[in-house]
Design a binder for this molecule. Sequence first.
Ligand SMILES: [Zn+2]
Length: 393
Amino acid sequence: MKVGDQKFLRDLNKKAILRLAKYQGPLSRAEIADLTGLSSTTVSSLVNELINEGVLEEIGEGVSRGGRKPVLLRFNPDSFLVVGIEIEGDFIAASLMNLDLTIIKKSKESLLDSSEFGVIREIAALVKDLTKEISDEKILGIGIAITGLVEDGIVKRSVNLGWKNVPMEGLLRREIPDIPIYIDNIGKVGVLGEKHAGNGLRKENFIYVRVGTGISANFIFGGQLYRGSNGYAGEFGHMTLEPAGPLCHCGNRGCLEALASGRAIAERMKKIALNNKSCKIWEVVENETEITAKTVEEAARLGDETALQIYREAGYYLGIGIANLVHLYNPELIVVGGGVSRAEELLMRPLLESLQSRLLDELKNSVKVAPTILGDNENLIGAGALVLEKVLQ
Ligand SMILES: [Zn+2]
């Protein structure tokens, strides 16, 4: 075995120990040896290294299995930090988190220049500000969640930002050369956030449906993110639900995204409200440009029948789409996130009705559908989870 191979193996074994301590700890050295199948000498030496690096700590004694009481080891979530960045169409948010993905510091700026250079400049400034009192070695990495298709650090296409083939990681590395940078699509990052810190914690098979400006579904199967052959799995928003339905920005008709996304909700309200000045939405907004999924939600809460109906229809179509997913994949859980999911029961009630009415009897009680528990921080926490995923796997 070459020296390089030995180091690789050692790193892999250290990661296996860390994963165990993080998700199943505290554990003794003997338990770690049992669970990993490594010899007790190897475990001892790796654990000592991890203690010296500060990632593991000893926290007193456990129950004896005969003989001396074993010392328990705990994963130390504060040993390193991660940075999460979220880029939407009109703002950038950044956060500093510990390894449990607890947010320590957070900031948000409106995005005045959404060109790649404007965005890179803004990210570099936010990272510099968040980490100014911290040495680079303490930061495991920067995770970036972006709307659009991402392959190997290159943003192939982002409709929201108007980008095509932007080598984002390369551009950013010139500004921030000393911290590892990981970039992925916001829906993929979202499912990792659920896996590491949300409803998906310790779940092996679940789906994260993101209902924002667009719609996506991302999958954890056997504990791993499913990416598809080119990394584009999850374009749930372009599943056809009404072949003669409204035009989608992809060029097809009746895609789920053209029927139930934040963009579709706003478009539908605009169409109706512009011909009807008595519509309650006009009590919420002053002009057409302020009509968004959020303001339609506010109008619905004021009892506006049009707004309520629009949310019922969005929920109805999402329920059909999710029923298709459940029939295909038989997941144990579906988490619904994204900005539109903050409408809670306005969306979830019609969604669940529509879903239940379509599921095979055998599948009716097999799947739990729940909104994300991470709230408005879901994308930042997901971006942090992207770093953990890269470092620990
Ligand atoms: Zn489409």
